[in-house]
Design a protein around this ligand. Structure first.
Ligand SMILES: [Zn+2]
Length: 380
C-alpha cells in the first residue's frame, strides 16, 4: 500500500553521456553541411543548449534544498520492443547505428554524441520506470528527470533535441503492459509536442492536451483545428497561445478546457510532458513558479478524482538552469503534499503589513477612526 503523497524522483547518471559538442568532427554528409551553414549564418557562437547540466542542476538543487517525502531511484534502459511501440523498426535501426558516433540528425539542431543513444534509451526507460512505480502502487506520483527530451520525436524522425518520444513510450507501455486503458497526456512545455500528437493522432485511448506558444514559434504545429482523425477524432486538444502569456491564462485553460476534457475521458493514468521553458526566464512565456505549483495542484486533484492519484511527470524542455531546477522543485513540493500556491498572492501579507504601518503617515489630520472604539468589540 502506497503512503499518501509518497513521491519517487527518477534520476540516472547514464543520461549525462548525451553531450553533443559542435566543435568535434561529426559524420560527414549533407546534414553536416546544412547545419554548419545554418550555424555559421547566426553570426554568434552557438553551443548545444540541451546539455547535461540541465539534469545536474536539478539534482544539485534537490540535494541542497531537499523536498521531504521525495526519494530518488535510478532508471533503466528501454528495450527495442518498448521503443518499437511508438517508433518504426527502420527508425530504431538508424538510431542504433549511431551508437558511439557524433552526428547531426536534423536541421532542427538535433545531434548525437558517442554516448547519446545509450542515454536516450535510459531516458525512455526511466519514463517507463516512473509509470511502473505509480501503477504498481509504490508511490502516488513520480517524476522522471530525463534527457534528451522526447515530445518532438516522431515515429520516424528525431527533431528539436529529441531522439525517442519518452512520454509516448511510457504511455504505450502503460496501455500495453500495465493494463491501463485510457491515458491522458498533458503537455505544458512552451513548444508544441508535435511528436506525441503524431504518434497518438488516430488513437482514441490517449487524450493529448497541449498548451503551447503557437505558430510561427517552433515547431509551428498545434493549431486549434488539429483535433485528431478517424477513431482519434476529438482526443487531441490544442490550445495555442500568444507569446509571453502567464499564469492566469494557463490556469484558465486548465480549469475551463482540460478539466472538463479529462472528466469526459476518464483516464486510468495522467502523464505530464513537463517543460519548464514557459517560465519567464526562458523568454517564450511568462509562467511563474507559483503557476507551475497551481497547475500541479489541478492535475493532482484530477488524478485523485479520476485514477487513484496516478500522476507521472516526464521532463521535457527548460534551458535556464535556475528556472528549470526551481520549477521542478515547485512541482515536487505539491506532489509531496504542500498546498499548491495561487499565483499573484505572493508578498500580499507583507504588503498589507506595510500598508497598515504607513496608513497614517500621509494624512494631515489624525485618523479619528483609529482611536474610536470598534463597534463590533462587544463580542459578536
Ligand atoms: Zn520546449
Amino acid at each position: 500500500m502506497a503512503k499518501q503523497n509518497s513521491v519517487i524522483a527518477f534520476y540516472d547518471e547514464r543520461m549525462l553521456a548525451h553531450e553533443p559538442d559542435i566543435e568535434v568532427p561529426f559524420l560527414p554528409g549533407r546534414m553536416d553541411q546544412r547545419v554548419r551553414s545554418l550555424l555559421s549564418g547566426l553570426g554568434v557562437p552557438w553551443k548545444y543548449p540541451e546539455h547535461p547540466a540541465r539534469l545536474t542542476a536539478i539534482r544539485h538543487l534537490l540535494e541542497i534544498e531537499p523536498v521531504p517525502g521525495v526519494i530518488f531511484e535510478a532508471g533503466a534502459p528501454a528495450t527495442r520492443e518498448q521503443l518499437g511501440r511508438v517508433h518504426t523498426s527502420s527508425y530504431l535501426d538508424s538510431i542504433y547505428q549511431l551508437r558511439g558516433k557524433s552526428a547531426w540528425l536534423d536541421v532542427d539542431t538535433t545531434a548525437v554524441s558517442p554516448g547519446s543513444v545509450d542515454a536516450a534509451e535510459v531516458a525512455a526507460g526511466t519514463a517507463i520506470a516512473a509509470v511502473e512505480a505509480v501503477v504498481e502502487g509504490r508511490s502516488e506520483s513520480s517524476f522522471a528527470l530525463v534527457r534528451p527530451p522526447g515530445h518532438h520525436a516522431e515515429p520516424v524522425r528525431a527533431s528539436g533535441f529529441c531522439l525517442f518520444n519518452n512520454v509516448a513510450v511510457a504511455a504505450a507501455h502503460a496501455r500495453t503492459a500495465l493494463g491501463c486503458e485510457r491515458v491522458l497526456i498533458v503537455d505544458w512545455d512552451a513548444h508544441h509536442g508535435n511528436g506525441t500528437q503524431d504518434i497518438f493522432w488516430a488513437n482514441p485511448d490517449v487524450l493529448f492536451f497541449d498548451l503551447h506558444r503557437g505558430a510561427p514559434f517552433y515547431p509551428g504545429t498545434g493549431k486549434i483545428e488539429e483535433v485528431g482523425v478517424g477513431l482519434g477524432d476529438g482526443t487531441t486538444v490544442n490550445v495555442p497561445l500568444p507569446g509571453d502569456v502567464g499564469d492566469a491564462v494557463y490556469l484558465k485553460a486548465f480549469r475551463e478546457i482540460l478539466v472538463p476534457a479529462a472528466e469526459w475521458f476518464r483516464p486510468d493514468l495522467i502523464l505530464v510532458s513537463a517543460g519548464f521553458d514557459p517560465h519567464c526566464h526562458d523568454l517564450a512565456m511568462n509562467v511563474s513558479y507559483d503557476g507551475f505549483s497551481a497547475m500541479t495542484g489541478i492535475l493532482q486533484s484530477l488524478a485523485r478524482q479520476q485514477c487513484q492519484g496516478r500522476l507521472v511527470f516526464v521532463l521535457e524542455g527548460g534551458y535556464n538552469l535556475i528556472s528549470l531546477s526551481r520549477g521542478v522543485r515547485s512541482v515536487l513540493q505539491v506532489l509531496a503534499g504542500d498546498q499548491p500556491l495561487e499565483p499573484g498572492l505572493r508578498g500580499l501579507a507583507e504588503l498589507e503589513a506595510a500598508a497598515a504601518f504607513h496608513r497614517n503617515a500621509f494624512r494631515s489630520e489624525p485618523d479619528a477612526s483609529a482611536a474610536a472604539p470598534d463597534a463590533n468589540q462587544d463580542g459578536t
